[in-house]
Design a protein around this ligand. Structure first.
Ligand code: CP
Length: 309
């Protein structure tokens, strides 16, 4: 693997499969009574979060601790960043403190690339979500969850039919998932109102549809995306009620999915908007599995970047 994990494009298909296989092995080990491995003893991981997070921050912290690393949690709020300190000076501070790995979440697309490319630090940089650009470890944990539920025996995602539904425009999760799922051989359909699709979506190499109701029976995976109201300065749909009616996963649509189809959502969910409570809590939902698998996948990423082969 390269020194940094900034984008799914940084991984070859074999490297991505190696992360998933390593995560499966680590998940097995951490299910034993002794949950911790000594692999990263003496190494320091800094969680550098300029944007709010629950799942990603906690699971990176749990992953690093299960590999016996020292963990420093650093959030923009309450730090000198709120006094205007630059990304460069923050990076130089982390270097001086001996950070071996930095997990960064930032509202600006490209922030993780900037941190890695300037050589301000000698450690590895892991992108934990940058603006609307990418969230590579989310895509890896999603692929892990799909394998675990639908392709446990072979681990192969070839020809799985995956629908990604909702606010694609603002979704770093959608971008990373499209890159990874296509790399692993799945067929991806993006379903969204035209206003919530990027201008260049035709170059993504997926099917694109505006209608959620046709073909519901054909999907193996329905991945709902959060409506990112905090990134919307304009009105992208007439009303929340209208959005939920046309693009929400509700009981009626849920009942039309095929019996083996799984329902995913990266979280946090807007219950009642992009997904109804009965869909989120149904027996098709693997949303809690996604959160659980985040720890093993992030352990694998830290282990392969910092610990060895
Ligand atoms: N899926 C995800 O990135 O969730 P958080 O924002 O809670 O980390």
């Amino acid at each position: 693997m390269k020194r940094h994990l900034l984008s799914i494009a940084d991984l070859s298909k074999d490297e991505a499969l190696n992360v998933l296989d390593t995560a499966a092995e680590l998940a097995r080990i951490t299910e034993t009574p002794v949950k911790k491995l000594p692999t990263l003893r003496g190494r320091t991981i800094v969680n550098l979060f300029f944007e709010d997070s629950t799942r990603t921050r906690i699971s990176f912290e749990a992953a690093a601790k299960r590999l016996s690393a020292d963990v420093i949690n650093f959030s923009a709020r309450g730090s000198s960043l709120s006094k205007g300190e630059s990304l460069k000076d923050t990076a130089l501070t982390l270097q001086a403190m001996g950070a071996d790995g930095v997990v960064i979440r930032h509202p600006a697309s490209g922030a993780a690339h900037r941190l890695a490319s300037q050589e301000w630090m000698s450690g590895s940089v892991i992108n934990a979500g940058d603006g609307t650009h990418e969230h590579p470890t989310q895509a890896l944990l999603d692929a892990f969850t799909i394998r675990e539920n639908l392709r446990e025996s072979t681990g192969d995602l070839t020809d799985l039919n995956v629908a990604i539904v909702g606010d694609v425009l603002h979704s770093r999760v959608a971008r990373s998932n499209v890159l990874l799922l296509k790399k692993l051989g799945a067929r991806v359909t993006l379903i969204a109102p035209p206003t919530l699709l990027p201008v260049a979506v035709n170059s993504w190499g997926c099917n694109v549809k505006y209608d959620f109701d046709s073909d519901l029976k054909t999907y193996d995976v329905v991945m709902m995306l959060r409506v990112q109201r905090e990134r919307m300065e304009d009105a992208f749909f007439p009303s929340e009620r209208e959005y939920a009616r046309r693009y929400g996963l509700n009981a009626a649509r849920l009942s039309q999915l095929n019996s083996g189809c799984i329902v995913m959502h990266p979280g946090p969910m807007n219950r009642g908007l992009e997904i109804s409570a009965d869909s989120a809590d149904s027996d098709k939902s693997v949303i809690v599995d996604q959160v659980k698998n985040g720890v093993a996948v992030r352990m694998a990423a830290l282990y392969l970047l910092l610990g060895g082969e």
